[in-house]
Design a protein. Sequence first.
Length: 182
Amino acid sequence: MTTPDTDKPRLLLVDDDETFCKVLKSALEKRNYEVLVANEVKTGISLAERYLPEYAVIDLRIGHESGLELVKKLISLDDNTSCVMLTGFASIATAVEAIKLGATHYLTKPANADEIVNALHKNEGDSSVLISENPLSVKRLEWEHLQKVLMQHDGNISAAARALNMHRRTLQRKLDKRPVRE
């Protein structure tokens, strides 16, 4: 590992998609960030403890682990760390939990480097955000409900399946599918 460049703000990028990390790292370095990359939660925690990054971009689902744990750890190390939760599996429940744990923003994939940098520096809410006129679809409502119950059971799929009165494998299969947009 090279010696960190102290003139640039340090950013921790944690995502299990190595190609995505490589592309995003390059884009963020062009925007004058020193980027530390991890592809698993354990490595991300180790880098965070060693380098105390000012910024972090954390994937919600890192392998079979939750990026929410990493957000919690980063904020416990330094509550001034600006964390953006990035996910292809967005839900209201995970967005609420990410913000409660200290994330400053929650973005859905695909998000480009400019959107991520803007989110890292956005410290206040935006009351002008448009409110959708269309209700969520039944499939999306199901996804949201599954996520909520899963969060209530601390990510334990077996406990959530029991609470939902469904087989664990059925719940796992539903959670592995990408959610519908609306």
